[in-house]
Write a protein that binds this ligand. Structure first.
Ligand SMILES: O=C(O)CCC(=O)C(=O)O
Ligand SMILES: [Fe+2]
Length: 481
């Protein structure tokens, strides 16, 4: 059989990855083609933190069936939907007032777990070891709802494992390296329904900007559009164009931690529409509640130490769920809270350093700095910045084309100006008077700093060797003498 090669095409720039290789009828795929698929995924995750997949193996009838079932469910009156109302003790079922980042979303949701029942911590309290069984709540209507959901869950879970394995390969790990975390998975499927928002569609969000907390999310959306991802390199929102054949695969917080920031979870949000309702269906791939999430040992070393402290997925998720229910002043739990304190300290020091450099550059330079960092290709204008007495002597000496004298004179002035603070060691023998004769540019800089000149249109940079003494040189337009 002819092997289909993994291809990446661009759709709204978000990478589109063809998984037909994994889903060919006789499942024939060579190690090479799988490796090239994994390489596409590495590239997509590093640049975007998300990618779309086509030929993913989820039967189209099942995607249609679940979309139709969710639409029928949300079309019912609120009293009917409230019969499967989700509550804090059992956060599965219907809910219409979810909060993202302390702001109410313009949406209603229905959640069910892939494993039914699912074991989960009874509370976010780390000392409370009690577990609870989360049990799916199924509505009476539409009649096939439960069956359709369970069938879909099986298919999307299969795709979830395939993606997990590809992601593992994409990080240079064995294919099944991550599978065991999902033995007692707590994954859920969520239907999001965004009713039309006639009054302020521009100011209201279906879901505010956020990252997903799990390992990966696999998202299907109808043809209305509204999902946007934040582009990593310029922070611009990019709409994810609806594609009935594609899922959007979102890298979430757990992958960010596992990969020690090699992959970063992608920030996304959903806008609303003034006329049309919108549906999205998301598979949130979550590990077992007892999973300790931490950078994978194969991906850390002395030069790349772990950036996060381990955290318990069940407790983290329980705390996150609580904040989705109630507005609070505590602030939503984030993976950043598990960043190593040393890294935070390093960041603070780095910020202070950047601030210092900014202030340094904004404040007027001292004469000394002005001289030491003096770099110009136009002697006439730039000399204005030198102290008046020095300018006079430089100009006078330049007329005589006596480079040695010029250099000595400059050093004398410097010594006079800065006294014993610094030892100035002129090196006049390094310069010939001919180099000054035709010089159009003139440099004074500290040894150890770099200076540059234009030579045949190209910029050349040279570093002085000795540190602690002043170094002066004349530069012809054609290069550094
Ligand atoms: O509906 C969408 O397109 C986005 C949904 C989402 O981000 C979520 O449910 O976490
Ligand atoms: Fe999300």
């Amino acid at each position: 059989m002819e092997e289909s090669k993994a291809t990446t095409t661009k759709d709204n720039n978000i990478p589109l990855i063809d998984l037909s290789l994994l889903n060919s009828p006789n499942n024939f795929s060579s190690a090479d083609s799988i490796a090239s698929l994994a390489a596409e995924i590495t590239e997509a995750c590093e640049t975007w933190g998300c990618f779309q997949v086509i030929n993913h193996g989820v039967p189209v009838e099942q995607s249609r069936a679940i979309e139709s079932a969710s639409r029928q469910f949300f079309d019912q009156p609120k009293e009917e939907k409230k019969k499967v109302w989700r509550y804090e003790r059992n956060p599965l079922g219907y809910h219409d007032s979810e909060i993202t980042m302390n702001v109410r979303d313009w949406k209603e949701v229905f959640d069910f777990t892939v494993q039914n029942p699912t074991l989960f911590p009874a509370s976010p309290d780390p000392h409370d070891l009690e577990l609870r069984e989360l049990v799916n709540q199924w509505p009476q209507f539409p009649p096939q709802f439960r069956e359709v959901c369970e069938e879909y869950a099986k298919e999307i879970e299969k795709l979830g494992y395939q993606l997990l394995e590809l992601l593992s390969l994409s990080l240079g790990l064995p294919r099944r390296r991550l599978n065991h975390f999902f033995k007692d998975q707590t994954s859920i499927v969520r239907f999001n329904h965004y009713p039309p928002c006639p009054n302020h569609p521009g100011q209201v969000l279906g879901v505010g900007q956020h990252t997903d907390s799990g390992a990966l999310s696999i998202l299907a959306q109808d043809d209305v559009g509204g999902l946007q991802v934040k582009r990593k390199w310029d922070g611009k929102w990019v709409p994810v164009k609806p594609n009935p054949h594609a899922y959007l695969v979102i890298i979430c917080d757990i992958f960010q931690v596992w990969s020690n920031d090699k992959y970063e979870s992608v920030v996304h949000r959903a806008t609303v529409n003034s006329e049309k309702e919108r549906i999205s269906i998301v598979f949130f791939s979550y590990p077992a509640h007892y999973t300790m999430v931490e950078p994978l040992e194969e991906l850390i070393n002395d030069r790349n130490p772990p950036k996060y402290r381990p955290y318990n997925w069940g407790k983290f998720s329980a705390a996150r769920r609580r904040s989705n229910f109630t507005k609070n002043n505590v602030g939503r739990i984030q993976i950043d809270h598990f960043k190593h304190p040393m890294l935070i300290l390093k960041k603070v020091i780095w910020c202070l350093f950047v601030l210092f450099m900014l202030v340094e550059n904004v404040l007027p330079q001292s004469d000394a700095e002005m001289l030491f960092n003096y770099e110009t290709e136009n002697l006439g204008t730039e000399l204005q910045r030198l102290p008046a007495t020095l300018i006079e002597s430089v100009e006078a000496l330049q007329k005589d084309n006596l480079l040695g004298n010029l250099v000595s004179e400059i050093f004398q002035k410097l010594k006079y100006k800065f006294g014993s603070q610094r030892e100035f060691l002129p090196q006049p023998d390094q310069y010939s008077s001919t180099s000054l004769e035709k010089a159009e540019s003139f440099y004074i800089c500290f040894e150890g700093t770099s200076y540059s000149a234009t030579s045949h249109g190209k910029r050349k940079t040279t570093s002085s060797k000795r540190i602690g003494c002043v170094h002066a040189c004349a530069v012809k337009k054609s290069g550094i003498p």
